[in-house]
Design a protein. Sequence first.
Length: 528
Amino acid sequence: MSNPDELLRLEGIRKTFPGVVALDGVDFALRRGEVHVLLGENGAGKSTLIKMLSGAYHPDEGRVLVDGEEVHIRDAQDAERYGIATIYQEFNLVPDLTVAENIFLGRQPRRYGMVDRRAMEAAAAVLLERVGVAVSPRTRVRELGIARLQMVEIAKALSLDTRVLIMDEPTAVLTSEEVDKLFAIVRKLREDGVGIVFITHHLEEIAALGDRVTVIRDGRSVGEVPATTAEDELVRLMVGRSIDQQYPRARPEQADGGGALLTVEGLTRDGVFRDVSFEVRAGEVVGIAGLVGAGRTEVVRAVFGADPYDAGTVAVAGTAVPRHDVNAAMGAGIGLVPEDRKGQGLVLDASVEENLGLVTLRSATRGGLVDLKGQRTAAAKVAEQLKVRMAGLGQHVRTLSGGNQQKVVIGKWLLADTKVLILDEPTRGIDVGAKVEIYQLINELTAAGAAVLMISSDLPEVLGMSDRVLVMAQGRIAGELSAAEATQDAVMALAVSAPTGASAADAATLLSNNEVDNETEVEAGRGR
């Protein structure tokens, strides 16, 4: 007998692609007025499952039931008819259209055969008020920030009389305050009887928002547990093993054992950052923390030569690197893993092999001919070393999970024998198992004598993996903390208002004199 509160049920769902079993007998159920968290590593099958509910994929075996009746979701129109809406990590909005036009795209109200803009904008205003976002329906979407784009997507979903709302990593790029607002909206939707499938890699969000958790591993549903389940148990279910140490940093025995590989002195770009000086030694991980707009990404892009700067110097092993010259920086041994891996770090429609060989393509070319065999051999070795989960080297990078895409971005620099690797948000949107693999890779790089400069909005990650922490505020280095000195409170105090050169003791004093609210938390709010 079916449960009257059950909106959706999946039974024995199986889906295969050439050479890959994506889903192998997955079971999942969603009740009216609940937040059901779908948890699993990148590549576990979560994306395939939600694309099946949106009509993008069709199951090879198994059943989908809505309100207890078996249905066949053949396309997006079918999903809409059954009240299922999906908000993906990459927003499905048209930048040059207004908010109202995006909300009702393809379904604009009409009068006398013409689009009734007044009715459309009035209906959009009601929906925007429901999700609590103060934005005009006439605003062009390209003018909105990430948080407001998220709310427009939710308003769009509600315009479809959505009963099942699927949210794929909705907090990945939101600040702490924005996350709190989103959670308030999700709770209100739950009270209204909407069933919500919530996908996240941030385990602390599960107990705060969820009711139940279904864990998927290697294409199979391996457990359904309450959202109050301990994080250690969730990790065990996800990866099939316990992870005793979340941040396995292998710190050098002597902090001053290695010489300075990267030296930055007086780096200045008018209006962006000023007088930034630091060094990163061989075998060391230096973390950079700070608030939104502190200038962290802008500094490392300048160091890599991607952006210009007005004054200062960058040197690798004592040799100056010409400014605003990416080729010169790469030739000196500097590599950059950018925060936007899809937009800046990968050629999505190229293969794994081609992406791994991007940095070494020039050096592998003789007389206008590329040593393809050598490139393939090297790519295969690195892919195996990094445990890239793929059907083969010829697989398009676009089809890999986020964690495996990130491994490919890092892998191309390994092939180039990089001396100084800059990691900007290296684990954003990556599951806990893949994170630990990347941390182990960082350890291997530093053990081999490389220097790592790491930016992360995940403050515990910065503290757990760094030998020293630089804190930026308003385009300047506000202070430097050793691993022993670096606490969340000390970093936050420096990030808020510490003067250049402040010590850990100064930071503690500053914290006691400053009330730190949500608006001044470290970017993405992961220091909570």
